[in-house]
Design a protein around this ligand. Structure first.
Ligand code: HT7
Ligand code: ZN
Length: 843
């Protein structure tokens, strides 16, 4: 398959003054008529993209075009010798019902909907399907479906027909159409300049009572973007539609966001605190794209992090402002480490701005999204809050209506602040996670901190020049007082020292406060010093990290056969004494590092991880903690009982998270009695699911699972949880068999991405089960990837990343995983998506 290179990008030789589309919707034979007004800006042929289209006619200014100009293998139509202005017209037929890949126009439960990012529009009609070709759209829909939606403002609505006009220039990937039997939950928003915007969240009949939180989140997002960034909404209407079959979370189509229904529908009885927080965050994320992605878009797909990194950064800021900034930062760091550090340390490592790809859908990655956001956080730290605000204002005024690059983005920061960002740009172009090593010299009241940065080679990049790393530190005296408040050290060399004079006694360094750079840290620190930071650090992230490091050291020692110490058990006693003051923080400290993270840490130190030993060590340490602090856990379990009706806010979620952490510990000793009682009495899904997970871990789940199923059989989203928690929480030696049995059920609707991901990623997230020594976890995953690939290549390819860490493990596991990957690679007709992933993992 041809590799696409950033260096090959060339400007498109035409602009579009208007795109007119007319849809005659039919489940198996939808006709699409297009008229596109082109204006030449440079010499060259007209090249249009089209895939899987039945072309009925093609013309330029009414003159037929020879269909022989279509090159099926390249999915291209090339028309030479065109005038400076002309209208290209096409009539094509497409089959939404046969579209199981969910890319282009497809049917979800009888509803027509679209997904055009990244290259779905070419499955709808002939078009320059590239993000730098932007146009206003006029869309006419003919259909007997009751609700007909597209981008922009509605200009005509009649039974069987609707016309939508989007006056804002946009690339084809932001096109959307929805037609179905839908009900609206409606509200409105008055923008900062006083314009009234009609807001609708469209759901299936019967789901209206579950869309209120999504609407509240939308209104909060619109207000926040005005106050935090001065960004106002720009159409008369904003529509959100919930669909059941969707490859990702949601899509920011102009004025018509389409969402996976799991990120819209929520009630206390059906959604967890985590679901609510995600709904608010993703509604915000898609709304914020209206400026960072839509008004200013990407020149090409290599620049994807321009819109995604920035929009993730903005949604993280939004959640921090709506909830607890400290908890949000810790969650974001946990996610970054679990997904992006993992990706960056293996064969799929790539820079936030890659310079080549085979299949762009494989690059919607943690590196592009989450590391892309971290890079912006560093930029903000380096130029300061005022510099950041000035740069963003310049970005919006200078580039409104344009398709931009990372170079444009860096230039606005340079121009707004006067700072040279040449070295900083490496964060965008170079792959790999820097490892920061710190040693200390202490003498006569002077502390010298010596830093070294190393970056291991990544695929295709062996040279790793040093990066600029903002290292936020504080100094804590032996009595716990802060002797140096947060100070940002700017490291620009491979090795660099920083000196602090006039200190009374040797302090403990609170390092990388706020996780000021996406790096790993190696330093000498004693358990006592970690305990001091855990008790006294004024930076919540650094305090949590100190406890986390203490736990990680303990777990890695035990997992490699060394004797355990009591340091962590004792330090957690202090956390529990203080838990009522900050329940969310206590819950975060009680959640010991997971098995995957222990494996990652061992591998980084050169020890092949043994999944069974890791599982056993973690289990034993948890039991010691449960026993040592049983009185505190029992007290806090009662103290954190609900105080009133369920509210999905940060305070309530914090109390529930601590209560469930206590339950996990108590269940190790009470045989599941409290979990059974909570499962039966809980009035919300957070506690219900939490209790169920404990019962599964204890193997006392039969009744609870049956009750859960009986109650929620007709609710797809809740049943997805039921499918997920069983392989996830089952004992490792039972999880694969359990997953196999669940996959046999008639309600394992594997063509639905949510259902497929629930079951399969429930298993792959059960570390010791997925990496079972007999290879049964690998076989199970491979069998299902092989089955799904011809149906839905995007989802299949994304799930191949479960194999990305395989080179960490022992030779037997590696051989088993490589054998199943080779089995996948050898399949005739394997999709380009999956082929690229498997090839990169095997390279
Ligand atoms: N920008 C959206 C990305 C997306 C997507 C990409 C490929 C295939 C399907 C997809 N659905 C949504 C979502 C976002 O980041 O906001
Ligand atoms: Zn996005």
């Amino acid at each position: 398959t041809a590799t696409q290179y950033l260096a090959d990008w060339r400007p498109y030789p035409f602009e579009i003054d208007e795109t007119r589309l007319e849809f005659h919707l039919h489940p198996t034979a939808t006709r699409v008529l297009s008229q596109i007004d082109f204006r030449r800006t440079a010499p060259g042929d007209l090249v249009l993209d089209g895939a899987g289209l039945r072309t009925l006619s093609l013309s330029v200014d009414g003159q037929p075009i020879d269909p022989a100009l279509i090159h099926e293998a390249d999915e291209r139509l090339t028309i030479p010798d065109l005038p400076d202005r002309f209208t290209f017209s096409a009539e094509v037929e497409i089959d939404p019902q046969a579209n199981t890949a969910l890319e282009g126009l497809y049917l979800s439960g009888g509803m027509f909907c679209t997904q055009c990012e990244a290259q779905g529009f070419r499955h709808i009609t002939w078009y320059p399907d590239r993000p730098d070709v932007m146009a206003p759209f006029r869309v006419t829909i003919h259909s007997d479906q009751p609700v007909l939606l597209s981008n922009g403002n509605p200009v005509e609505q009649a039974p069987g027909r609707a016309v939508w006009v989007d006056p804002w220039k946009k690339p084809a990937y932001l096109f959307a159409l929805v037609a179905g039997d839908l009900r609206a939950v409606s509200d409105h928003f008055t923008t900062m300049s006083g314009r009234d915007v009609a807001l609708n969240v469209w759901v299936r009949p019967g789901d209206e009572g579950r869309a209120g939180y999504a609407m509240e989140s939308l209104i909060r997002s619109m207000r926040w973007d005005e106050t935090a960034y001065g960004r106002e909404y720009d159409l008369d209407v904003f529509n959100i539609v919930a669909v059941d079959d969707f490859n990702m979370g949601a899509m920011e189509n102009k004025g018509l966001n389409i969402f996976n229904s799991k990120l819209v529908l929520a009630t206390a009885e059906t959604a967890t605190d985590g679901d609510y927080e995600r709904i608010e965050g993703v509604i915000g994320h898609e709304y914020f794209h209206n400026w960072t992605g839509n008004r200013i878009t990407c020149r090409d797909w290599f620049q994807l992090c321009l819109k995604e990194g920035l929009t993730v950064f903005r949604d993280q800021q939004f959640t921090s402002d709506m909830r607890s900034a400290a908890v949000k930062r810790i969650h974001d760091v946990q996610t970054l480490r679990a997904r992006q550090f993992r990706e960056d340390s293996g064969p799929l490592s790539h820079p936030p701005r890659p310079d080549h790809y085979q299949e762009i859908n494989n690059f919607y990655t943690a590196t592009v999204y989450e590391k892309g956001a971290e890079v912006i956080g560093m930029l903000k730290r380096l130029v300061g809050d005022d510099g950041y605000a000035k740069a963003l204002d310049l970005y919006f005024t200078r580039h409104d209506g344009q398709a931009c690059t990372i170079e444009d983005w860096i230039a606005v920061f340079q121009d707004a602040t006067g700072r040279d960002l040449t070295q900083f740009k490496r964060w965008y172009t170079d792959a790999g996670t820097p490892r920061l090593t710190m040693t200390e010299d202490w003498q006569d009241g002077t502390l010298v901190l010596n830093f070294r940065q190393d970056i291991a080679p990544t695929p295709g990049q062996s040279e790793k020049p040093p990066r600029v790393i903002p290292i936020a530190i504080g100094l804590i005296g032996p009595n716990g007082d802060e002797v140096l408040p947060t100070t940002v050290l700017e490291m620009t060399e491979a090795q660099q020292s920083f000196r602090f004079d006039g200190l009374g006694a040797r302090p403990v360094v609170s390092l990388l406060r706020g996780f000021s750079a996406p790096v790993t840290v190696t330093r000498e620190i004693t358990a006592n010093e970690q305990a001091l930071l855990l008790a006294h650090d004024s930076d919540a992230y650094a305090r949590w990290q100190a406890g986390h490091d203490l736990a990680l050291d303990e777990l890695t020692r035990r997992a490699t056969g060394a004797a355990g110490s009591r340091a962590l058990v004792q330090a957690l006693g202090g956390v529990l004494d203080d838990a009522e003051r900050d329940p969310a923080f206590a819950a975060l400290c009680l959640a010991l590092p997971g098995e995957e993270e222990i494996a990652t840490t061992l591998a980084a130190r050169g020890t092949p991880p043994d999944p069974d030993a890791i599982h056993a060590a973690r289990h034993a340490l948890l039991s010691e903690i449960a026993e040592a602090h049983q009185t505190a856990f029992a007290r806090l379990y009662e103290a954190m009982a609900p105080q009133g009706p369920y509210r999905p806010d940060a305070e309530g979620a914090a109390r529930r998270s601590l209560r469930l952490a206590c339950l996990a510990n108590l269940s190790r000793r009470d045989g599941g009695a409290r979990a059974e009682a909570l499962f039966a009495s809980a009035g919300n899904m957070t506690e219900r699911q939490g209790a169920l997970e404990q019962l599964i871990a204890l193997g006392r789940d039969a009744q609870a699972l049956a009750d859960f199923e009986a109650e929620f059989r007709d609710n797809r989203l809740v049943m997805d949880k039921w499918f997920m928690v069983q392989p996830l929480r089952a004992a490792p030696d039972q999880a694969v068999a359990r997953a196999r049995a669940l996959a046999q059920r008639p309600d394992f609707d594997w063509k639905n991405p949510n259902r497929f991901r629930s079951l399969i990623s429930g298993l792959t997230a059960n570390h010791a089960a997925f990496h079972a020594a007999d290879g049964s976890g690998y076989d199970f995953l491979a069998d299902w990837l092989i089955r799904l690939d011809p149906v839905n290549p995007q989802t299949t390819a994304r799930m191949c990343s479960a194999f990305e860490t395989i080179s960490r493990y022992d030779a037997t596991r590696q051989a088993r995983a490589k054998a199943v990957l080779a089995r996948i690679a050898a399949l005739p007709g394997l999709s380009r998506n999956t082929a690229e992933m498997v090839t990169r993992i095997l390279a």
